[in-house]
Design a protein around this ligand. Structure first.
Ligand SMILES: Nc1nc2c(ncn2[C@@H]2O[C@H](COP(=O)(O)OP(=O)(O)O)[C@@H](O)[C@H]2O)c(=O)[nH]1
Ligand SMILES: [Mg+2]
Length: 333
């Protein structure tokens, strides 16, 4: 699957190089493809751990209407509507992953000091699962391309989009994976799920059966990931088709299930765009915050290890006894 995606990206990038001079739209496609291709190749090579690939340098163009991130030495600048300055709010407090309305204190402080390690260079993998026709591809397209195509063809091959954000002043990217029409046969390869930091389980608000199937989709996706390592969202699509009591009823059932799944619930419409940007901003902010906290913890435990004195011993010094060891919590350079 990865190879198929990489080949398609290679094809697109190669095609754009043969045009002289390329039209502006082709330049945009080529830039997007280059970032995606580099990420894909690195991910395929297995660097950076599960679901996270480090971006490599590419040319910074100067598109009008785009903002330059203060910390983005790599890739093109982030577009204005991908800049997240304050912590995005939940859809409903009844089924949400985080009730705080601000970034975690440690994360805010680290961002202000620009002490963000390698977080700004990483991609978080997001997978979108759910029955065929519930509107997964439409949702991704509305967010990434701001289009809604009534007759969108079934996805062929593996498809993913890379969306770049600037969160609390720090660059951050999501790699959003769409299924390739295999949901028809329930044979999505485990590589599709593996290393996901976020699982989005989608259902059609007008079709209660698709809601019932989300349990199975989630189970399949979680099986390929470490317990407790993923954020789970339950998303009701096609909100434009329901209103009033019918909408409330469908949402109430979904919220009930979301609580059981320990998922955050959202209702969206790819057709009107309602809640789509707010939803993905929330996904990006939660994933970013988690990455930051993990990175801070990793760096602080690495510092403690060096400070412990376990790693450096002077030649000729007596062997350390168990009693002489300081508690690791006190170790400090
Ligand atoms: N009214 C309405 N139709 C939608 C919406 N999202 C998707 N659809 C339609 O639902 C059908 C299936 O959408 P698609 O994105 O291909 O579903 P997928 O198989 O889950 O990727 C298409 O005909 C879409 O136009 C929505 O928000 N509102
Ligand atoms: Mg699709």
């Amino acid at each position: 699957m990865v190879i198929a995606g990489a080949n398609r990206m290679l094809g697109r990038a190669a095609a754009s190089q043969t045009q002289t001079p390329p039209p502006t739209s082709a330049i945009c496609v080529a830039r997007r493809s280059r970032v995606a291709l580099v990420a894909m190749v690195i991910a395929a090579a297995g660097s950076g751990g599960p679901g996270r690939a480090e971006l490599q340098p590419s040319q910074p163009p100067s598109d009008s209407g785009r903002m330059k991130s203060s910390l983005t030495p790599l890739g093109p600048p982030v577009s204005r509507d991908r800049v997240i300055a304050s912590f995005p709010k939940w859809y409903t407090p009844e089924a949400c992953l985080q009730l705080r309305e601000h970034f975690h204190g440690q994360v805010s402080a680290a961002c202000q000091r620009r002490n963000t390690g390698t977080v700004g260079l990483k991609l978080s993998k997001v997978v979108v699962v759910g029955d065929l026709y519930v509107g997964k591809t439409s949702l991704i397209h509305r967010f990434c391309k701001n289009v809604f195509d009534r007759d969108y063809k079934a996805t062929i091959g593996v498809d993913f989009e890379i969306e770049r954000f600037e969160i609390a002043g720090i660059p951050y990217s999501l790699q959003i994976w769409d299924t390739a029409g295999q949901e028809k046969f329930k044979c999505i390869a485990s590589a599709y799920y593996r290393g996901a930091q976020v699982i989005i389980t989608a259902f059609d608000l007008t079709d209660v059966q698709t809601l019932e199937h989300t349990r199975q989709w989630l189970e399949d996706a979680l099986r390929e990931n470490e317990a407790g390592s993923c954020f789970v969202f339950l998303v009701g699509t096609k909100k434009d088709l329901l209103s009033g009591a019918a909408c409330q009823q469908a949402e109430a059932e979904a919220v009930h299930l979301a609580k059981e799944m320990q998922a955050e619930y959202w209702s969206v419409s790819a057709k009107t765009g309602e809640n789509v940007k707010a939803f993905f901003s929330r996904v990006a902010a939660l994933a970013f915050e988690q990455s930051m906290l993990q990175d801070l913890e990793k760096r602080s435990s690495a510092r403690l290890q060096v400070g412990d004195g376990d790693l450096i011993r002077m030649e000729g010094s007596p062997p350390e006894t168990q009693e002489s060891k300081r508690p690791s919590g006190l170790g400090c350079c």
